[in-house]
Design a protein around this ligand. Structure first.
Ligand code: PGA
Length: 250
């Protein structure tokens, strides 16, 4: 059985002080929810303080991106070993990273390998644009992203990853995807491609989240679908009602 997993992607929101005040506000409520794994992914600078505020709870901490190199002349970047003291998770290949910072499939693949080598759980993001969706290219595009992200990984490594299917047109728009169609893409395209690559047993073990305008009101509809194992949540993870969202995912 795959345990549901809800992660909050804060993106570029909250100062360190705001981040700490917020997690103090939500940690008791989140910590009481045993049947769903939860995590928050604040900006780099807030990771140490947030990790400190969540120590001893069941709430995980994740980074929003990472470089694949061990160290070096990469201005503005963080290496895997820098995240390890504070994080269990790292979001990789988010569509905003792909769109604004030229994160390629190849880079995502290297980052997944680097994260795993350091014991971090990658949350690997895939998803099609509105144009691709309207052109009927969702399956081929998303399947290609999954193949590229997981290239050269073993089945054992793949089971250590989480995948987030996030249709780009649903991110931050309030236009959440229909739960049945999202669940079918997750099942047939994402899990189906993982099954092609690693076998059905492995694919059945990998947690796959939906992402895109998830809210406390609609999360239960997504969780109804047997292939949806949780959510990657942007806007709704910045508010205290994130606790209600995670609770409603049970
Ligand atoms: P959203 O963002 O929930 O604000 O749509 C989701 C994401 O980008 O992970």
């Amino acid at each position: 059985m795959r345990k549901p997993f809800i992660a909050g992607n804060w993106k570029m929101n909250k100062t360190v002080d705001e981040a700490v005040a917020f997690v103090r506000q939500i940690r008791h409520g989140l910590n009481e929810i045993e049947r769903v794994d939860s995590a928050v992914c604040p900006p780099f600078v807030a990771l140490p303080a947030v990790a400190d505020a969540l120590r001893g709870t069941r709430i995980g901490v994740g980074a929003q991106t990472m470089h694949y190199a061990e160290s070096g002349a990469y201005t503005g970047e963080c290496a895997p070993a820098m995240l390890v003291p504070y994080c269990q998770y790292v979001i990789l290949g988010h569509s905003e990273r792909r769109a604004y910072y030229n994160e390629t499939d190849e880079a995502v693949n290297r980052k997944i390998k680097a994260a795993l080598a350091h014991g971090l759980t990658p949350i690997v993001c895939v998803g099609e644009s509105l144009a691709q969706n309207e052109a009927g290219e969702t399956h081929s595009f998303v399947s290609g992203q999954v193949r590229a992200a997981f290239a050269d990984l073993s089945a054992a490594q793949a089971t250590l990853c989480v995948v987030a299917y996030e249709p780009i047109w649903a991110i931050g728009t309030g236009k959440s995807a229909n739960p049945t169609s999202a669940g079918n893409i997750i099942g047939l395209t994402v899990r189906g491609t993982l099954a092609d690559l690693f076998g059905e047993d492995t694919a059945q073990q990998i947690r796959i989240q939906y992402g895109g305008s998830v809210s406390p009101e609609n999360i239960a509809d997504y969780m109804q679908h047997p292939d949806i194992d949780g959510a990657l949540v942007g806007g709704a993870s910045l508010k205290p009602s994130f606790v209600d969202l995670v609770r409603a995912a049970q």
